[in-house]
Design a protein around this ligand. Structure first.
Ligand SMILES: [Zn+2]
Length: 188
């Protein structure tokens, strides 16, 4: 193999390792986010992944999910007085991941865990039903992608919001579901 061929093969392997498991991630510009500035994570890579539900209506299209993203961001900034939408990422019923604060940013979603976690919220209310299969797959792909890219610690702990605070979040049904996902722990 000559040098050029070796480089081409090497780059191919690199792109596979980095991109193989990443879902489609809708950018802030694509969903129409307001400009916002948030701090980097004090603990990086983050050691925890916290799952939430948004307690909003559900959505199955980019247009409808983007509208909910804009509405949540307005509520979190104007209503709660936060710097930005609280979550790092949000997953729609359409199977897309929407960028919240993004990687390596401190979120506002789970007291005592914000400085060392990535908060992922499913759009909808999951007290008596699960997110779509597409949404569940996208979230798990996002976590795998984050680990592959070094954005999440390899030995991360997966938890539901209710394990860190007195809340019903992420809903009884979704909380039961994530207990079957890789790295869920009863003792975060
Ligand atoms: Zn929550």
């Amino acid at each position: 193999m000559n040098t050029v061929a070796a480089v081409v093969v090497f780059l191919g392997v690199l792109s596979l390792a980095a991109g193989q498991s990443c879902p489609r991630i809708v950018t802030r510009a694509e969903w129409g986010a307001r400009a916002a500035s948030t701090s980097v994570l004090p603990t990086f890579p983050p050691t925890h992944v916290v799952i939430h539900h948004t307690v909003t209506g559900a959505c199955t299209t980019i247009a409808a999910c983007s509208q909910i993203m804009r509405s949540m961001q307005n509520h979190h900034i104007d209503g709660n007085g936060w710097a930005d939408i609280g979550y790092n990422f949000v997953v729609g019923g359409d199977g897309n991941v929407y960028t919240g604060r993004g990687w390596n940013r401190q979120g506002a979603h789970t007291v005592n865990f914000n400085s060392r976690s990535i908060g992922i919220a499913f759009i909808g209310t999951f007290t008596s039903g699960n997110p779509t299969a597409a949404a569940q797959n996208a979230a798990q792909q996002l976590i795998a992608c984050g680990v592959a890219q070094g954005q999440i610690a390899r030995n991360y702990r997966l938890m539901g919001h209710r394990q860190g605070a007195a809340t019903a979040c992420p809903g009884n049904t979704l909380f039961a579901t994530i207990q079957r996902w890789p790295n869920w722990t009863s003792n975060p």
